[in-house]
Design a protein around this ligand. Structure first.
Ligand SMILES: [Zn+2]
Length: 216
């Protein structure tokens, strides 16, 4: 795994950031990244390892069909079928981040609408939700990959958590943070018993224009 030192360092940095924010929990959440030297292979976090203690030697290398390629005593996360289904379906995706964010999950189980309250919310747009599914099953991989679709980058699984994918680990982590931030603001409004003021249509149009010239 020495050839993957750099990408695993980046992955562990992202994991630390998400862990400190409470988005990845000791036994909840997982990350995969496509191998930089071979797009038909991926590195995934193990199941049952306390996330704070993750080290490069814990990672499992798999082909996109799920065959383990490195010698390891660790098992890939039980949610590996979803990571691999997304990586198979989307050659443009290099990283998949699965988190258990408190506010996004609360929004999903409370049937709160994802509203355009900030520029972040407008950039995210719509937050698709799929119903709870057994995430270890191959079928679950297809359900989540289909929900993300050809051009999407995320989906919330009701009663579970969030999957975000993208061209890089930083992109997927950034989008995860944006979704959770907006959901927190919406949940706080609900807790205060107020209906949030949404951005007016003309200001949303300005943000859409800005998005064309600035990538997120
Ligand atoms: Zn999960």
């Amino acid at each position: 795994m020495e050839q993957y030192t750099k990408i695993l360092e980046e992955l562990l940095d992202i994991k630390d950031e998400l862990y400190l924010k409470g988005l990845i929990t000791p036994f909840g959440g997982n990350i995969s990244v496509r191998c930089p030297d071979d797009p038909s292979k991926a590195l995934v976090t193990p199941g049952s390892v306390y996330k704070k203690n993750l080290k490069p030697e814990h990672f499992i290398q798999l082909d996109l069909q799920g065959n383990i390629l490195n010698e390891t005593k660790f098992k890939p996360t039980s949610e590996t079928p979803i990571h691999l289904a997304i990586l198979r379906a989307r050659p443009d995706v290099n990283a998949v981040i699965h988190t258990h964010p408190v506010h996004a999950t609360t929004l999903g189980v409370s049937d709160l609408d994802f509203l355009p309250i900030t520029a972040d919310a407008v950039i995210i747009g719509n937050l698709p939700i799929v119903e709870w599914t057994e995430t270890g099953s191959p079928k679950s991989g297809q359900i989540i990959a289909d929900a993300i679709g050809e051009h999407g980058n995320f989906v919330l699984i009701r009663n579970h958590g969030l999957f975000v994918c993208g061209p890089s680990l930083q992109f997927a982590a950034g989008i995860t943070d944006m979704i959770e931030t907006v959901c927190k603001e919406l949940v706080l409004c609900k807790m205060m018993g107020v209906h949030p003021r949404v951005l007016p249509k003309e200001k949303i149009a300005v943000i859409h224009e800005l998005m064309k010239s600035h990538s997120v």
